[in-house]
Design a protein around this ligand. Sequence first.
Ligand code: NDP
Ligand code: OXD
Length: 314
Amino acid sequence: MSVLFAAPELDAAVWRARLEALLPSHAVAILGEPFDRAAIRYALSWAHPPGALADLPNLKAIFSLGAGVDHLFADPALPDRPIVRVVDSDLRDRMSEWVVMHALIHLRQLRRYERQQRDRVWADDDAQPKAGDIRVSVLGLGVLGLDAATKLKALGFKVSAWSATPKSTPGIECFNGKGGLDALLAQTDLLVVLLPLTPATQGMLNASLIAKLKQGGRLGGPVLINAGRGGLQVEADILAALDSGVLKGASLDVFEREPLPASSLVWSHPAVYVSPHNAAISTPAAVASAIAHQIAAFERGEPLRHVVDRKRGY
Ligand code: NDP
Ligand code: OXD
């Protein structure tokens, strides 16, 4: 029985060592090296080349090496097997760190004070807002959105959240569906996006959505924080909104094209923070052991957990 590691962008040697230690009764095959296709029971993928998982006659399940699975649906020849995604406290906590850090960066005007320090300017001319003056809205109230929303709430922010289906979470004002979105946007100072990329969410962070965000407010205008997926956003619209003042600032971890091309104007916009899609990485230490546990349980006859709904696309 073998496990196929199909993630050309990741360090196969590190993952192989970890998986072999955790799954001693399974051989670990690496995509790109010769292997017996009939021996493969489980495929572990991050952005595998389209078609790479076809013709695996004994494949039982596909494990995404990230929480998102849009990279799998990009393969038109993806086998019809259960898809399991990463749900892991290590990844979740890393994401909340990133979200909280950026919420505080915008709240406390980090860029302004970096500029002042560089220019040796001692100026404190307006009263600093506090977290309680700011409403943060989290798009996506799933594993990551709920944790980030809860931690933002603990810091004192007013918190709202938006999901596909109705939810009720103490201390968080919940909105859902298309009908709930406009009402949420109209009261939002900081928009945090932790949605999956699906046909329903593709391109939704565009000029029309941005125009619905609350204007003014204690931050001087709304701020966009996106760590969901680059395909959710229209970068030209975000830059135009920043230039016209409809948006005050943005923190982006994900981009329409990754790596973000050197020629992109996003890099140099003074109101944008860029990080290289590392808000929450899937470490081999945490993720390989979660997958190994799932495989062991599945082979004992237990059901797979965190299985993706193919119809919803997440
Ligand atoms: P979940 O599946 O747990 O949560 C997704 C949330 O989005 C759910 O609340 C869901 O609503 C909501 N949602 C989905 N589609 C819609 C829609 N059309 N309208 C309204 N709400 C919608 O995912 P996670 O929280 O685990 O992860 C979210 C995303 O974060 C991943 O898909 C991935 O793209 C991204 N990510 C980014 C990382 C990074 O480093 N930048 C790292 C890890 C993940 P409902 O609850 O009703 O189903
Ligand atoms: C993920 C990611 O989906 O790293 O886990 O983006």
